[in-house]
Design a protein around this ligand. Structure first.
Ligand code: HEC
Length: 422
């Protein structure tokens, strides 16, 4: 557990920002999708309700165009009391049949009754802010919509709970005063083009609402999963990134230690041979005050003009640099010069390297004065040894010579003795 907490604490701050951004993106997407879903869920219902209204408008125009239409009086179709002032509201045909005048609104009401009996359970209502007939009074939603009609709008729709407690999609279109309407409505003070009222069509949408809720749930779950997945991916990525960063830091530190504690001068150069940076050993080696002084120089500037073999340093340096740039192994000895003018023998290794897509050169320089001294003294010893060796051989030769002489002398004296004894 503690390990996990440490890991979380160690995660770089950028990850938290990414995670936050992901939350915002997921939330924005969910909101937008929910809104789209809600707005378009009722599209079909809306189109149907609107079509129903438009058709009714045409029937009404037909009726109004005739100044009302005569139909037989039955139990359900009684004369309209609001037309009582019209002289020929009720007529009797030559054969004695009784007819009554049906105005458009009356026709609408009868159409709406038939509509309600229909399987869909749709409700129609003709209404106005100034109803002649009390039952045509607008309900709360209709009143608010009629007010917007007065302000210039021509239709409205919304999802509402109605008096029966059920959810309905409600559409309402306006009814403007046309020439044909004035016959009966002019007395109320209406002029051509005024808003006389409207017809609302309400469609029960319980099935649609259930479907919408189902879709909303699916959308929510989908987003939650995507959101969670995003978190997991980002989190794992973040942990990996943090680990990689720590590893990079470790490598960097190791490199820094190597670089700064190296006794060899390590310098970074541009491809033209200009110094870019150098470690402490290089500053000391060339007797510079600091790195700032060191980087004012170039590689040939660190050498005397002429090398001991008589070649120009600039030429050698240029040749070696080209070789290094071609990735050829580049290891050579030459003489370098300190700021104070003194020279010393060195061993140089030039290598090409890529840093952030840029080509640079790295020079490792080793001061080999001590090695040279050691070599010199070794050489001296060797000559001494050789001399000693030669002397030894000569002495041995001399000894052998002497021995031989002694042996010869001994042999000669023995010969003399034998002569005496014989
Ligand atoms: C033949 C006479 C007659 C004509 C023509 C007529 N109306 Fe009406 N209208 C009435 C009467 C009467 C009522 C009130 C009683 C009812 O509901 O039938 C009414 C009611 C209405 C209502 C319902 C609100 C209320 O006041 O109760 C609206 C809306 C309406 N008419 C609009 C119109 C429009 C628009 C036209 C023209 C296209 C028109 N009428 C043509 C007689 C007429």
């Amino acid at each position: 557990m503690k390990k996990l907490m440490d890991m979380i604490a160690g995660i770089y701050s950028g990850l938290w920002l990414l995670l936050l951004a992901w939350v915002l993106i997921a939330a924005a997407s969910l909101t937008w999708n929910m809104k789209e879903l809600y707005e378009h869920s009722m599209d079909e219902v809306k189109v149907n309700a609107k079509a129903l209204f438009s058709q009714e408008l045409i029937f009404r125009r037909w009726n109004a165009g005739h100044g009302g239409v005569y139909v037989p009086i039955t139990e359900t179709t009684q004369p309209n009391p609001y037309l009582s002032h019209i002289p020929e509201r009720d007529v009797t045909t030559t054969t004695g049949k009784k007819l009554t005048l049906i105005n458009p609104a009356y026709m609408s009401r009868q159409l709406h009754e038939l509509m309600l009996e229909d399987a869909g359970g749709r409700r129609g209502h003709i209404t106005s802010l100034k109803p002649i007939r009390a039952e045509n009074k607008a309900d709360a939603w209709e009143t608010s919509v009629l007010k917007t009609f007065e302000a210039g709008k021509s239709e409205a729709f919304s999802r509402e709970k109605m008096a029966d407690g059920k959810e309905y999609f409600r559409f309402m279109g306006r009814l403007l005063v046309e020439q044909s309407c004035l016959k009966c409505h002019a007395t109320q003070g209406y002029k051509l083009g005024d808003v006389r009222g409207g017809i609302s069509i309400s469609v029960p949408v319980e099935a649609e609402v259930a479907l919408l809720e189902h879709k909303e749930r699916a959308l929510f779950i989908g987003h939650a999963l995507l959101w969670g997945l995003g978190w997991v991916v980002l989190f794992i990525g973040g942990v990996k990134h943090t680990e990689a960063k720590a590893e990079r830091r470790r490598v960097n530190e190791t490199f820094r230690t190597l670089y700064s504690s190296s006794r060899d001068a390590i310098m970074i150069l541009s491809t033209e041979g200009l110094l870019i940076s150098g470690n402490q050993a290089s500053i000391t080696m060339y007797g510079c005050r600091d790195e700032a002084e060191l980087v004012t120089m170039s590689l040939p500037g660190l050498c005397p003009e002429i090398q001991p073999d008589g070649r120009k340093s600039v030429e050698i340096e240029q040749e070696k640099r080209q070789q290094a740039l071609r990735d050829e192994v580049n290891f050579f000895e030459c003489v370098h010069r300190r700021v104070d003018g003194t020279v010393f023998p060195t061993e140089v290794m030039l290598t090409r390297m890529e840093v952030d897509g840029k080509t640079l050169l790295q020079a490792s320089v080793r001061d080999i004065s001590e090695r040279r001294l050691a070599e010199e003294s070794l050489k001296d010893r060797l000559t001494e040894l050789e001399r000693f060796h030669a002397a030894t051989i000569e002495r041995e030769f001399r000894i052998k010579q002497l021995r031989d002489e002694i042996a010869a002398l001994k042999a000669a004296s023995r010969l003399g003795d034998s002569h005496e004894t014989d």
